[in-house]
Design a protein around this ligand. Structure first.
Ligand code: FDA
Length: 304
């Protein structure tokens, strides 16, 4: 119930404007968001690197309504790519096609993403194209396939285990040698497109994880689910897959204890660091995943 309410509130424009502009909202968001500027993101990246983990930086925002906003966000990503190299940080970038203007003009989004992948390729870096709601699944995968043909190894996809189509998508991506981040999926999808039961999503996740690990391509296993993480480690050991052959990925501010533990055990860990002024939908999805976070945040807020 609470989860459905939080997901529906994540799309509420008025609440979003209010939250993003209020000092309390900004304070609340700090638990899961590195800050609002490129400098904040780079500082958080350095701190995470110092803990022995790599990073993927995400400029928060989605479904921009004009080309200017899309250009602005692409500009921040160009700046990030340059600064990551200049400061010798271990980080790549994650972006969303709707943040690059896909809903405004697909040609704008295409031009901006191509520019970023080209820039990343020049700097020996990498662009992960996040996966959004099901209306964007096909166009997102098509874009990644096309970019990978031009810049092999410089761009990767995200696959959501809740989507029924995902195994077929995984097989196509692997056939091309494309790197995949596997996650469970964060949007509300109808039963004909997506598994609804947690047990079904988890089972599909494990099935896909095994396909990824056996593919010989460097993939990301993105989850905070301890049971699945354990199954991944066991599978890697049983199949003699090296800990350097893939990485675990987690979100900034979530299960830091588990991040450290996995690293200490000799596995790789990448932390996804979001930053920016448009943090509201992202924060609401994180709260929907674990409504207990709401109480955690409120407690910290009132403790001051
Ligand atoms: P699940 O939700 O089943 O949670 C398992 C356990 O993890 C919980 O019991 C709890 O202990 C812990 N946990 C999970 N969420 C928590 C939270 N918010 N706070 C505290 N503890 C929490 N989605 C998408 O649709 N497109 C994308 O591109 C991405 N990208 C992405 C990158 C990375 C690096 C990660 C880790 C995740 C994503 N996601 C995503 C989000 C993903 O789809 C999913 O919504 C969340 O990761 C939560 O699912 P879990 O796999 O953690 O499992």
């Amino acid at each position: 119930m609470l989860r459905a309410l939080l997901i529906s509130l994540s799309g509420n424009r008025r609440l979003r404007t209010f939250a993003e502009n209020s000092p309390i909202g900004q304070r609340v968001s700090r638990r899961f968001v590195a800050g609002t500027t490129v400098e904040d993101a780079l500082n958080a990246t350095r701190a995470v690197n110092q803990r022995g983990m790599s990073v993927s930086v995400d400029n928060l925002g989605e479904n921009v309504t004009n080309a200017e906003e899309a250009h602005q966000s692409a500009g921040l990503y160009h700046q990030l790519l340059d600064e990551i190299t200049a400061r010798g940080l271990n980080a790549n970038i994650s972006l969303k096609l709707t943040h690059m203007g896909l809903d405004v003009d697909p040609r704008v989004a295409r031009e901006l993403v191509w520019g970023l992948v080209q820039h990343a390729a020049q700097l020996n870096n990498f662009v992960r194209v996040d996966m959004e709601g099901s209306a964007y699944t096909q166009v997102t995968l098509d874009t990644v396939h096309e970019l990978h043909r031009a810049y092999p190894g410089r761009v990767g996809a995200v696959i959501q285990a809740y989507m029924r189509r995902s195994q077929a998508d995984v097989e196509r991506l692997i056939a091309e040698g494309i790197r995949i981040r596997l996650c469970k999926g964060a949007y509300k999808e109808p039963p004909d497109l997506a598994f609804q039961k947690k047990s079904e999503v988890d089972a599909n996740y494990v099935r896909l994880m095994e396909i990824l690990l056996k593919s010989g391509i460097y993939h990301g296993i993105a989850t905070h689910d301890e049971r699945i993480i354990e199954q991944t480690k066991q599978f890697a050991r049983a199949e003699r897959i090296s800990p350097e052959a893939f990485e675990f990925q987690m979100l900034y501010g979530i299960r830091r204890d588990l991040q450290e533990k996995i690293l200490r055990q000799g596995w790789r860990m990448r932390v996804y660091i979001p930053f920016g002024t448009e943090w509201y939908p992202y924060l609401m999805r994180r709260l929907a995943e674990r409504p207990a976070n709401l109480f955690f945040i409120l407690r910290n807020l009132f403790r001051g």
